[in-house]
Design a protein around this ligand. Structure first.
Ligand SMILES: CC(C)(COP(=O)(O)OP(=O)(O)OC[C@H]1O[C@@H](n2cnc3c(N)ncnc32)[C@H](O)[C@@H]1OP(=O)(O)O)[C@@H](O)C(=O)NCCC(=O)NCCS
Length: 333
């Protein structure tokens, strides 16, 4: 078997085969593009995304991408994190360890970027566990039909993207900090349907439905004044009775604690920088003592801090664990 050469894709022409491989590997409808649902992994001609391609005999057979972003904490800190996505291996070459090698190379790059934590969304848990990732973070799914919502006239629910939403997204309490350079790909999501109330120049509440391949039927972005948000959700429910709200519990104060179902948010691992887990803990909880049980390492530490398999949630450390890890949508996009 001939060897494979991994290299960073720095030229837009080399991005074409990369995108073709993604379109063929993910359940992208014929004629559509992976980037309609995941524009964050598009080619931008700058250093913000690291696209890695693996070429064998002149054919691009392996793809993977990474980027660096800053994760907001309730205390107002910003934790540097790496995000990995667009991982694909050509059907000719699966099971040979190519995806594992590609992700390992991205981890090397991210380690040089001084990120504290790396997160990804993938259903191949064994693949990523071998690379040190663990399922973690607790997200909640609440069917809209189970929520107590007010009755509102249809005419109050407005639809479509309006530029003022960008500012509201930047003000969100959790998730990734959006920078001006992110605006292009945020607005490029083709399948996301936006809803809002109030004035177009300053909506009082907003929500979005259907952010692509894996979030169909889910309200995965939402915010604004709680009472206004409930009215907006009532409007969305009338149009989409089977839709569900997806979010971190702390973002859904109007639901009862036992409502809905819980699942893990993503897979994550700490980078091997000394004291990083403690720094992450302090970024979330600046006043709390770093608890002795957290001297655990690797996957166990990820589970303890953010909640994960085998961890009752919430648990431990002054009742303040798991930490409220949250990203708005797959691939942190
Ligand atoms: C998932 C995918 C990238 C794996 O690529 P690959 O090069 O075959 O992966 P590797 O050879 O490095 O796999 C290493 C390990 O991962 C696990 N693994 C790989 N593919 C898997 C799958 N589809 N389901 C579950 N586990 C899988 C196996 O444990 C494997 O270890 P083994 O060889 O000891 O059995 C490839 O199947 C693909 O392109 N799928 C479609 C796109 C996709 O879903 N990407 C992931 C989302 S980010």
């Amino acid at each position: 078997m001939s060897s494979i050469r991994f290299q960073r894709i720095a030229d837009e022409r080399d991005f074409e085969p990369f995108l073709r491989l993604l379109n063929a590997s993910f359940p992208v409808p014929r004629g559509n593009s992976f980037l309609e649902d995941f524009p964050v992994w598009g080619f931008r001609g700058d250093e913000t995304v690291f696209h890695l391609g693996g070429v064998r005999d002149g054919l691009l057979v392996s793809a993977a991408a990474a980027r660096v972003a800053r994760l907001k904490t309730p205390g107002g800190a910003r934790v540097p994190v790496g995000l990995i996505g667009a991982v694909a291996t050509h059907s000719c070459c699966r099971g040979e360890g190519l995806a594992s090698r590609a992700v390992a190379k991205l981890l090397e790059w991210l380690s040089g970027q001084k990120v504290a934590l790396v997160a990804l969304w993938g259903s191949e848990h064994d693949l990523y566990r071998k690379l040190g990732f663990e399922l973690c973070g607790i997200q909640r799914t609440l069917p809209l039909r189970g929520l107590e919502l007010p009755v509102v006239p249809d005419s109050e629910t407005r639809q479509g993207w309006t530029p003022a939403l960008w500012q509201l997204l930047r003000e969100r309490p959790l998730g990734l900090a959006l920078e001006e350079q992110d605006r292009g790909w945020v607005e490029a999501h083709r399948n996301t349907r936006w809803y809002w109330r109030g004035e177009a120049s300053r909506p009082t509440a907003y929500a979005a439905l259907g952010k692509g391949i894996d979030l169909a039927g889910l309200v995965h972005e939402f915010g604004g004044q709680p009472d206004e948000l409930r009215k907006l959700l009532a409007g969305i429910r009338r149009e989409h009775p089977d839709a569900a709200l997806l979010g971190h519990s702390s973002l859904i104060p109007f639901a009862g604690n036992s409502d809905g179902s819980h699942e893990y948010l993503c897979m994550a691992r700490f980078m091997d920088l000394s004291n990083d887990p403690e720094r992450v803990f302090r970024a979330f909880l600046p006043d709390a003592r770093y608890p002795a049980p957290l001297t655990a390492e690797g996957p166990e530490l990820v589970r303890r801090l953010f909640g994960g398999p085998g961890m009752p949630a919430p648990e431990g450390a002054e009742g303040r664990l798991p930490l409220p890890l949250w990203f708005w949508g797959l691939d942190g996009a």
